[in-house]
Ligand binder design. Structure first.
Ligand code: 5AD
Ligand code: SF4
Length: 350
C-alpha cells in the first residue's frame, strides 16, 4: 500500500480507537493474504553480554560495571540448539554484544558449523545478531552457514542517533548504514528495526523510519518500545517519555503500518512489547507481525542479559517459555509454522 509520509504521521497520531482497530484488522488481513496466517518461531540464544559498545540506552553497555559479564560455552549453545530442534522451532537466533576480536569471529564460525552438523537431518535456520562487523567477518559467517542477520538501525535520523549514542567513531550512524549494506551485499536476509518512544522522537521520525525500511528494501523487521533502564545515562530523561501504554500502542501502530507498506516481509513481535504488556507480543501478531523469538537462554544467565528493566521471563527456563507462548497462540487460534525456516517471502521473491 502506497502510504505517503503525511498519511503515516496522521495514522501514528490517530487517537480514535475505532480507526486504530481498523488499521490493525487491515494489517492482519494483508498479512494472512500475503505471508499466511502462521507464526514462525526462532529460538533466541543470548550467547554473551560482553559488548564493546556503550549505547546510552542499553543496560549491558560496556560502562555498566554492575553487570556480571558471561559467555556461554559452545556446549551450552549446542544444548540450546538441540532444544530448538526438539521443540520444532526450525530456526534459532544467536544474539550477543558486539565484539571485534579474532577469537570471537572464529568461535562463531565454529559454532555455526557445529549447529549445522547437529541438525543435518532437518537443518536449523541460523540468524545472527552480533552487531557491526567487518565485511570479511560477515562473509565468513555467511559461508559457514548463517543466512539471516539482524542489525537495528535504532533510528533512521542521524541527529537522533547521535543523541542516543556516545560521539565517537564506533558509534557512527554512517557505519551502521554501511554495515546494513555490507550484510545485503554478502547475501544475508537482512533485518533491521528501531526503538519506539525514544526521548525527543516524533511521529515524523517514526514515519521516516518506516520509509527508510521501504527504501532500503529490508527482508525482516524487529522493532519495539524503548524501555528506560536505571543503570544507563538515558534514565535521566525518563520524564520525557510517553506512558508505557501509549508507547506500546505506538509500537503496534508501527507494526501495522509496516505490514501495509511491505506486505511480504517478516515482522517480529518483540520481547520489549511483552515487557509493557503480558500479551504485548500477541497484540503485535494481531497487528500484522508473523515472527516470535522465544527465549532459550539458560536460566542461570538470563538475568544478566537485561538491555532494559522488567524484562519478562527472567526466572523461566526454555520449556516454560515455550509452553506459555504456545498456550497464548493456541488460545487465539494462531497456527505455528513448526519445523520451518519461515524465510522472508520478500527475499525469496526478489
Ligand atoms: N529498550 C528497548 N530496547 C533496547 N535495546 C537496547 N536497549 C534497549 C532499551 N533500553 C534494543 C536495541 C538493540 C537490541 C538488541 O535491543 O534496539 O538493537
Ligand atoms: Fe552493545 Fe547492543 Fe547494548 Fe549497544 S545496544 S551496548 S551494541 S548490546
Amino acid at each position: 500500500m502506497g502510504l505517503d509520509r503525511e498519511q503515516i504521521v496522521e495514522l501514528l497520531n490517530e487517537k480514535d480507537p475505532q480507526v486504530v482497530s481498523n488499521l490493525f484488522a487491515e494489517a492482519y488481513r494483508i498479512k494472512v493474504e500475503t505471508v499466511g496466517e502462521e507464526v514462525y518461531l526462532r529460538g533466541l540464544i543470548e550467547i554473551s553480554n560482553i559488548c564493546r559498545k556503550n549505547c546510552l540506552y542499553c543496560g549491558i553497555r560496556s560502562d555498566n560495571s554492575a553487570v556480571n559479564r558471561y559467555q556461554l560455552t559452545k556446549d551450552e549453545v549446542l544444548d540450546a540448539a538441540k532444544f530448538a530442534i526438539d521443540a520444532g522451532y526450525g530456526s534459532i537466533v544467536i544474539q550477543g554484544g558486539e565484539r571485534h576480536d579474532k577469537a570471537f569471529a572464529k568461535d562463531i564460525r565454529i559454532l555455526i558449523k557445529k549447529i549445522k552438523r547437529l541438525s543435518r537431518e532437518n537443518p536449523l535456520g541460523i540468524t545472527l545478531s552480533l552487531g557491526e562487523q567487518p565485511l570479511e567477518v560477515y562473509e565468513d559467517w555467511f559461508d559457514a552457514g548463517a543466512h539471516r542477520y539482524l542489525l537495528r538501525i535504532e533510528t533512521s535520523d542521524n541527529q537522533l542517533y547521535n543523541m542516543i549514542h556516545p560521539s565517537d567513531p564506533i558509534h557512527s550512524f554512517n557505519s551502521r548504514v554501511q554495515a546494513l549494506l555490507d550484510l545485503k551485499y554478502t547475501g544475508y536476509q537482512v533485518g533491521t528495526g528501531v526503538m519506539i518512544g525514544l526521548p525527543f522522537q516524533t511521529a515524523e521520525h517514526l514515519a521516516d523510519d518506516l520509509l527508510f525500511f521501504r527504501e532500503f528494501d529490508i527482508d525482516m523487521c524487529g522493532m519495539g518500545p524503548y524501555i528506560e533502564h536505571s543503570q544507563t545515562p538515558m534514565w535521566s530523561l525518563r520524564t520525557l517519555l510517553l506512558p508505557h501504554e501509549e508507547r506500546l500502542a505506538l509500537s503496534l501502530k508501527m507494526v501495522a503500518l509496516l505490514r501495509l507498506m511491505m506486505p511480504d516481509i517478516n515482522i517480529a513481535a518483540t520481547t520489549a512489547m511483552q515487557t509493557l504488556h503480558p500479551e504485548g507480543r500477541e497484540m503485535a501478531i494481531m497487528a500484522g507481525a508473523n515472527v516470535v523469538m522465544p527465549n532459550m537462554t539458560i536460566q542461570q544467565v538470563r538475568k544478566e542479559y537485561k538491555l532494559y528493566e522488567n524484562k519478562p521471563g527472567i526466572e523461566d527456563d526454555a520449556a516454560i517459555s515455550k509452553s506459555r507462548l504456545e498456550h497464548f497462540l493456541n488460545e487465539k487460534n494462531i497456527p505455528i509454522g513448526w519445523n520451518r525456516w519461515g524465510d522472508s517471502l520478500r527475499f525469496r521473491n526478489r
